[in-house]
Design a protein around this ligand. Structure first.
Ligand code: HEM
Length: 507
């Protein structure tokens, strides 16, 4: 019998199935409300999208569907409650990253920040937790001590170059911590190049392959497949940045001459504690991710401190008085003092609230889910608008005012949300370097206040403006850093190059 003769029976048999499918499809929950196609008119390129989303959320509510392109939906979450519900309470579902095929071709899936949810991510995050988590912080106390003093010493010596010196010092510290070596120019050039390339790979709307993943299989010689050549080049750069420094530590460790570092500790742990399940690829990925994750975010925080301190001298005075009352004039604040310095902690929270270094978190669900009766499809993009949550007028009155007092307890009044619960992310993607960053930022701020005064250049008014980028930081500004009057010379002497050199040797 010919197939054509069977066609009526096949169609008849398939009809009920098709009917069931159509009914299920029609009865699906709706998508959340949102501006859809109008979205592009409401979020102007080059302006901070987190502010536009905040305005849109006033019309559309705590979760809105902004756009859909090639079947991928994008949602923006605007309230603390919804973000905690999705990213933290349902973190089993919402802990993946959206698919960026171009970033995969660039080899960036080895970078933890972009890695998809799964076994490999769990393993790499375990390596990171052991190496940079809370229990690892005391081991690196001398590194933080050194770094906080070096940043201040350079700021006092040449405040005109504050922005570049802060960034350079943080870069050097991260390399020293990760591999136990001093950073050289070649590493810095490579890291800068890799970071630019990652930015290019992630550019929204630029790569057709992000929308039509099958294009990833088109060979490089095929007309129009120039992206393959770029991606190959990007992959080679990433390899050069992450493999040789790792191999060098491994080789030094085998000869017993490795300086303590994240990599040397992790390799030692792998050999001594097989039950941890570490492997070399996971250690190399973890180490290769630290630089990009740590430098921009920490630099943003320290620069925000200098800008906000310069524009708020009264905050510096109150913090100085607290340090004098708790620590006294004869020594510098140390990590152990943090819990006894509530006002300094309020300043840190307010800096992170005022300009969260990562204003928007990007997660993706591994399965379809429902929230408030709305459907959130699998693999969609879910943006957590941390900036908006940190500028919610109900919880943070006058949100555009820098006011550390808002975090001091007032009898009978509820405390506002702690910015640290949001600006470091949530759930299974929570920043593993949070305690590391906290230690460095606390020492840098408290020591800068104890030893110096930070002011705008004479006759100038500083603007509190921040960049529009994945990691937002203050726009270029100038401030003047001078030694505080009356500080005992022995304390200021700790900033001298020879003293710093001696401290560096103890790390
Ligand atoms: C003030 C400084 C910092 C801030 C504000 C910050 C913030 C963040 C945020 C928001 C995320 C994404 C979380 C999410 O998607 O939910 C993240 C991820 C990450 N951070 Fe940090 N971070 C800082 C410093 C550091 C430092 C010092 C390190 C390392 C020493 C570090 C290592 C990482 C890594 C490896 C990831 C990727 C984790 C993953 O995707 O699973 N961060 N950080």
């Amino acid at each position: 019998m010919a197939v054509i003769d069977l066609l009526p029976s096949i169609l008849l048999g398939a009809a009920p199935l098709a009917l069931v499918w159509i009914v299920v499809w029609l009865r699906r929950s709706p998508l959340p409300p949102g501006p859809r196609s109008e979205w592009k008119n409401r979020v102007k390129p080059g302006t901070q999208p987190w502010k536009a989303y905040k305005e849109l959320a006033k019309e559309y509510g705590p979760i809105m569907c902004t756009q859909a392109s090639f079947g991928a939906y994008a949602f923006v979450v605007d309230t603390a409650e919804t973000l905690v519900e999705l990213f933290e309470k349902r973190s089993k579902i919402f802990s993946c990253r959206p698919r960026w095929v171009m970033a995969e071709l660039y080899g960036r899936q080895n970078n933890v920040g972009l890695m998809y949810y799964g076994e490999e991510l769990t393993r790499v995050r375990k390596v990171l937790h052991r190496g940079i988590g809370l229990q690892a912080v005391p081991q690196w106390e001398n590194l933080f001590e050194y770094e906080s003093l070096k940043i201040l010493s350079d700021a006092l010596a040449d405040s005109a170059n504050l922005l570049s010196s802060v960034e350079y010092n943080i870069e050097s510290m991260v390399v020293r911590f990760t591999y136990g070596h001093d950073m050289d120019d070649e590493f810095l050039k490579l890291a800068t190049k890799v970071s630019q390339q990652t930015g290019v790979a992630l550019q929204p709307g630029r790569w057709m392959v992000n929308y039509i993943p099958i294009l990833a299989y088109v060979p490089a010689w095929f007309p129009g497949a120039g992206f393959q050549k770029l991606a190959r080049e990007g992959k080679d750069y990433y390899f050069k940045l992450t493999r040789p420094p790792y191999e060098r530590v491994k080789e030094e460790l085998s000869r017993g001459v490795a300086t303590p570092s994240f990599v040397s500790h992790s390799l030692t742990d792998m050999a001594k504690h097989p039950h941890l399940g570490f492997n070399e690829q996971a250690i190399m990925s973890a180490a290769g991710s630290v630089f990009s994750a740590a430098v921009d975010t920490t630099t943003s925080t320290v620069l925000s401190f200098f800008l906000l301190a310069a524009t708020h001298p009264e905050v510096q005075e109150r913090a100085y008085n607290e340090i004098m009352a708790v620590v006294g004039p004869d020594r510098l604040p140390a990590l152990q003092d943090q819990d006894s310095l509530p006002y300094i902690n309020c300043i840190m929270k307010e800096i992170w609230r005022f300009n969260p270094p990562v204003p928007i978190l990007t997660h993706s669900p591994i399965a379809e889910d429902k929230y408030l009766g709305y459907r959130i499809p699998k693999k969609s993009w879910v943006f957590g608008n941390v900036w908006s949550i940190m500028h919610n007028e109900a919880q943070f009155p006058e949100p555009d005012k820098f006011n550390p007092d808002r975090f001091l307890p007032v009898e009978g009044q509820p405390m506002p949300p702690d910015p640290k619960d949001f600006v470091f992310g949530l759930g299974r993607r929570l920043c593993p370097g949070m305690n590391f960053a906290n230690a460095l930022v606390f020492l840098t701020i408290s020591r800068a206040i104890a030893l110096s005064e930070i002011r705008p250049p004479r006759g100038e008014t500083l603007l509190l403006e921040f960049t529009t980028s994945l990691i937002s930081r203050p726009k270029p500004f100038k401030c003047v850093v001078t030694p505080r009057k009356g500080v005992p010379p022995e304390l200021l002497a700790q900033l001298k190059p020879e003293k710093l050199k001696a401290l560096y040797k103890t790390i």
